[in-house]
Design a protein around this ligand. Sequence first.
Ligand code: ATP
Ligand code: MG
Length: 792
Amino acid sequence: MEADKDIQNTPTGFYCKLCDVQIPNKPSLEDHMKGKKHQHLCRLRAKRKSQEENSVYVSGFKPATSVTELTEYFQQYGPVAEVIMDKDRGLYAIVEFSEPASTDVALAQLQHRLDGLKLRIKPRERKGFKLASKAKHDPNKPQVNLEKLNHELCQTASVNEQMQKVVENFQLGENESKARELLVQLLQEVLTEFLPDCQILPFGSSVNTFGVHSCDLDLDLDLQSTQTFQNRTKRSEQTGENKSEDGQSEDSILSDIDLATASPAELLELVAAILRKCVPGVHKVQPVSTARLPVVKFSHRQLDLHGDITINNRLAVRNTRFLQLCSGLDSRVRPLVYTFRFWAKQKHIAGNPSGGGPLLNNYALTLLVFFYLQNINPPVLPTVEQLKNMACEEEECVINGWDCTFPSQPIRVPPSKNTDDLCTLLFGFFTFYHKFDFPESVLCLRSGRALPITDYEEMHNAAEGSDTKQTPSSGPKLGPVNILDPFELHHNVAGNLTERTLKNLRRELCEAEKYCRSLQYQRKSAKGKSWGLVRLFAPHEGTSRPQDGVEKVPEISVPFRAAVLRGSFRTELAAAGDASRVMWFKKVCSVVEVVFNDILKCAPTTQVELEPSSTPTDHDQEQTKLEEVNNNQKTVVDASGNRASAHPGVKRSLSEEPSSSCSPQGKRPRLDSSSAFPEAVQWTWIQRHQVWAGRRKIRRFLVKSSDEASKPEGGCRSIESRVTRYIVEKDPDPRDLLEFGVDAALVGSGELTRALLKIKPTSDPAGHFQDFFHFLDSFLLRMVETLLAKSE
Ligand code: ATP
Ligand code: MG
């Protein structure tokens, strides 16, 4: 099969030749082969193949011969689908027939003559199918070959060395930096012709010491001096002079535009026009005035790079200087940032290739690393406030009212006392963030502290009315992740993140933390297996990512984590041996019921339990549910769909303590099929209130007005119940908003054991399900784990 030929085994997993991607393991390989990209390329390849088989290569005709003449000539052998001519040189044509048989007939003909000339015909050359985008790559341009990188990483002696290797492989080469510098010089020269005294200043990855091959070229066009120039020219015009002091004619583009009053869109159009017309090699120029910072995008043909020009973006130039400074303060900063950036990209929590998007960008990732390095003991990096105090008078800098003072050279900053190696720091990084309460905290690099979001709101409210620029009344856009810009203190650099991104981030942090505890992370494999960063970078086993365009039943996975369970229950599980898996699942089901029934005040309609052996297909479950009438009773359904036992009118609470699964003496219980808890359970609930709407705000309000210590959302049963009660009591219009089903199934084994909760709307007339699921997506797992931690 062709599909099999596409896949190669590699030391670190698999390689798909068709898509040019590395795949770490079998489940991911299966996902990949079913994925949109692979399927699309398979179809494209099949189409190209059939086109090749149906076509002949024709030459020897007159340069003036038209497509119509060739079509008419070849139609005698069968219907012609298309004729493609080499128009520039008139040397050859490809004639594609609608049927492959026509090709054979045409090729079998000994002689072909058109317009008095003898035509040469041969079968069309069969080219191997290649990705078009790959073909365009400049072979001289450095690219990171993942397979090669993994191989190299496996050969090194330690994680420390691996991290250094990551930097070596990804960092911008000297030639690449030089090429960028030359382009900046060229732009400076051309733009100065039209905008005297302007300055074009690179910022971002090209110069912040964290750049990677092919990163974009971020530029700031500073027009402040140009505006001064324009004002001077205007004044001299009024006094009758027609030349400026610099001897430059005022008869420039500046006579058409007033920089003081021009709108961003007008300025962008002006810059775009200059780029289009006057800068050699620049193409695809596109002003985007709707971005947070209006920008002109462009590409450079020969250098094969993309650039962005923003106007008067001094804060970005300054925060780039800050990144450069921090990078120079300690040699461990760069390897950590490069490693974390690559990890985040591999795990699909960073990227936003087209600019906007719900993922973390590189700037935010870098600040996350810095914040961690400020917070370990002893710190590797000082806080921004401390840096300010180390600066001298000449280094004072205020931009748009924001204090951006810090020393210009690392030498002014005392070295860190921290002696941890990179391997330890990276592990520490994942440990620090995997438990971090992102939604309730604001990461503030200025103070180096995580501020509780409530304090932050109070601080802002108190500052309202004060007219200092440092405390503007318009606070940052708070969201699931809040990272304050180190200088522009009302800006959340992660304000674009969604709950889903946070959920993925948490899951990946958790996996990474778990992995870093293993020997596979810390020690080189003696058997030549992948270890250290190689495994850390690989998508973890069993991860199913939503494929584009493929609709999946929304699901929430509750992983088995002994650490979150109460000690006594852990002991019971340990004593239960093989039965512990089901016992844990039963406990999860009981707390899921508590969450929906008691905490979120959903009204139960049906619960169906399925025998251990009968984990059903979606279709089976639908069928079963159809059969179950709304009778408020628990039913056990066996593999063939027969009701094994029913308790009319009684709904046994699953939160009752297990009686059969563990003997009082803690002896290993024997689970026979009649006493076994099933491995799949279904419920249907009705939600009558929008318990998700405005929840976080109400929570903050209730926490503030009570003695309850602030815990993360889903971290405290009593608060969450009170929030729901508050919403329910204030709801003027309770009605059956949404009916939904939850199918819980016990899957995996050992460390990979988890309860998979598939959540589907069964009646959603007003379209509330998405919002509800969005909320559950981050709430349910945390709440379940909180309850598991309390549950005996
Ligand atoms: P890339 O390789 O993705 O271009 P980069 O290091 O240039 O990486 P970007 O995220 O593109 O990082 O950011 C470039 C610069 O733009 C940053 O150094 C920062 O000055 C500014 N910037 C980017 N995102 C933000 C943001 N959310 N808030 C404030 N400034 C930002
Ligand atoms: Mg950039």
